[in-house]
Design a protein around this ligand. Sequence first.
Ligand code: SF4
Length: 447
Amino acid sequence: MAGYFKITTFGCQMNKSDSERLSSILTRSGLVCTDDDERADVLIYNTCAVRQKAEDRVYGIHRTLQTLKENNPNLIVAITGCMAGRDHDGKIRQRLSAVDLFFPTEEMIHLPRALSGLNPSLIDPSGVGDEYDHYLKIAPSYLNTFQAYLAISNGCNKFCTYCVVPYARGRQKDRPLVDVLAEARNLASSGVFEITLLGQCVNLYNPPDKEHFSKDNSFDNSKNGFAALMWEINQIAGIERIHFTAPHPQYMDEQTVAALTMPKNINYLHLPVQAGSNVVLKRMNRHYTREYYIDKIQEIRASKPGIAIGTDIIVGFCGETEGDFEQTMDLYRECDFDIAYTAQYSVRSGTAGARMYKDDVPRQEKKRRWNVLQKLMEETALRKNQAYVGRTVSVLVESCEKDLCSGNSREMKRVLFRGDESLVGTIQNVTIDRAVEWILYGSRIKN
Ligand code: SF4
């Protein structure tokens, strides 16, 4: 009888994509996916370490894991993702005694062998080989039939001082262009029409096999492999919408800005700024100034009028004064963002930030700044969304419940409208009747 596995994913889109690969390698080994903790023979937690809160969630379920193991002594519990990747001194593992396997993401290629070692009745040891030399070669078990993540690289070289990713995932490794294009073409031929290109520093993509770029590619791949890749993906019949995340402002050069205007690229850009003060940006090791960032946003808007822009901001980084925070607020107003993902800084052990700076902004003050920024964000979002009333947007319908369809416009605005299940997985034109901070309500234009 086949064994069962359950994967729980925390964190970013890259983790979600990695979980699709985990699922694939386990299914290929003969295991079956389940949602049920009690039924599972293997529980895998794909973890996030970007903030302390994310790690605390894993520590918070540890007692439940112990109980599950008491009830089922054969249960295997595994932790992967950024918590496992960054645990170079073994301190995180020490706190998780119920965990049997602890492996960085890239090592999922050895997972069948490790499971077979722990329980040979689960996976036949004679059938376990080293099929893959890199985990991104595993074909994912995609969760969705019309939208898919497509990882083009893994890891990061930037070493922003607050960030654990370079320690957890290692230096940036770019997938070969042939592999990326083969996956994109396979997705298109299986009916996927929305692709999200993933990488921690996605616009620094520089594949090892540039000779495979088309001769008539409009972009100079020796200068910008990412813009050239977007051109290639724009040529694939069947792909209708292309997203990417997360770009670094430093690499938003002229070619990347020009590439944004290609027809299949959505009308939204997520460009993390993190702070609006040059002193804080320098301490964060971000390699740009507020002036550069603001100019870049203006250049992007001039090149692609009407584009919606989102960002990430950390408040309360080490040494951030009230004046520094005011500069973040000013930058927010100046850039007139559509949305921001905001966080209060928390020290991440092992990072340069933890070694070099003091976490000296009191917790209450971080919270206050976060609330002030949140208020500005909500006011801005409401004003910007109200400008959509009366306009028609193109919506990819992702779900439908009780006759209410939901999906994103090309500007990544959440749109709700009356419809039925048959519209899920289609693109519909919707005229917006009403707008609130995070939702546009509209009516479908019937063909
Ligand atoms: S660019 Fe900076 S924030 Fe982004 S993954 Fe790399 S180190 Fe982390």
